[in-house]
Design a binder for this molecule. Sequence first.
Ligand code: NAD
Length: 487
Amino acid sequence: MTLSFDPDTLPLPIGHFIGDRLVSAEGVIDMRRPSDGKPYAGCPLADEALVDRAVETAKAALKSSNWGGVRPRERTVVLQRWADLIEKEAGTLAKLEALSSTRPVGHLVAGDIAVSAEQIRFFAEFADKEGSNLVPTDDASLGMVMTEPYGVVGAITPWNFPISMAAWKLGPALAAGNAVVLKPSEMTPFSTVYLAELAIRAGLPAGLINIVLGDGAVTGNTITGHPDIGKVSFTGSTGAGSAIMTNIARTGIKPMTLELGGKSPQLVFADADLEKAAVAIAQSMLSNAGQACVAGSRLLVEESIAAPLAEAIVTRMKAAVPGPTWDETSEYSPIISKRQLNRIHGIVETAVAAGGECLFGGAPMDVPGYFYQPTLMAVRDSSSPAITEEIFGPVLTMQTFADEEEALALADHPTYGLAAGLFTRDLSRALRLTRRLQAGTVWVNRYSRSRDHILPTGGYKRSGIGKDLGREAYHANRKSKSVLISL
Ligand code: NAD
């Protein structure tokens, strides 16, 4: 089966998904295809009344299905059937996502979708394994920590990995017995709508997943401030996370998980396997054209090996061939929008004007769509926006260090602490520095996630609060009650 498709003829589910059906709505937010810049659809905008309707539907579904109170294995079985259907329908899902996003259709089927199905199964298995705990007390009492679902969880996802991010929110929330009202990004909403349709086809009681389309200012704000939403789970920029915290504080306190931005360092010592390091570092910039929260966008390298490492990375950057996301042979992604392309280039130009040296790239690619050259830039000034700002594009800065202390000082970002990479053959150094790096994830002699979904992900500093994936994500979708019984 070929995955390549004609972007002009793909039918789109334009509307919200409420209860068990698509609620068609007029597309009002302009949408353009990143691969060629052509307008192709409008994204509907859910107003307060529509978000209310979604929340009411979710509440009614929780009541009629008793989703939070059924034998937990029933939740596991339904979610596993959903994961099976996601795999079966991977082609359709991938096309809906590839059209509007930066994800090549081939990568979606082999990577994002296959892994998302696996992660939904991973969370499904928690339903009948993680529960309340008896705790030690004196023998005149019985103490326990009971857990229960929040009810309706409000979830908001970004555009960079739409299906994966939706799975990270929906999997644990549903396994833990909640209903969900989810708003995908207004730039990439349609694959998430189809995910919800598949869940209903798999036998999930209608109303447990509701997808409302719209922007942050209206739809997102209504979700986070909604009095009947018990918990908010957000992935996106640190700026939006901050606005969400403000709105939650203003409208009533509720728990939140915030997975936010990053500006992650990769530290390479002279004793490292240079070839292996170059492959991992270049790949972290080439994958989705650097549009990943954990992109290792700050290379910190020991002075003596800076030149050969830069050369090895540039060799890989040179091999990047841009291609539309609807061609199954495409590997190198476009940037999500013209605005973001211009922003990336603006930061590069500012850094160059201030003395930064482009060792490779540094300009938009001369092809249709919003492609930017993979870029390696030597920057000395740590206050340059190229170092301080999350660029969210294929721009790798390079700074050199003389010893461990200097490497750590450079690695310590004033704002972000999402991930860090460390390349060395010295085991003691690896452990010493892992302890001191201020990041929610540290990868040693690699720079990428694995399929070990038990490892949670989340940030230090302003990279976020709480975790996605792992046991932590399941538990974050249940609240706990302490019970003490006098015997
Ligand atoms: P964004 O913050 O602009 O938008 C993310 C989502 O939030 C969208 O659905 C948007 O409509 C919504 N939103 C925006 N303002 C809002 C508000 N005030 N209230 C409620 N909702 C609001 O981010 P983006 O450009 O879509 O995604 C890129 C960002 O996401 C980057 O900063 C990246 O690092 C981050 N990200 C983080 C992780 C992680 O796990 N830490 C994963 C993926 C992406």
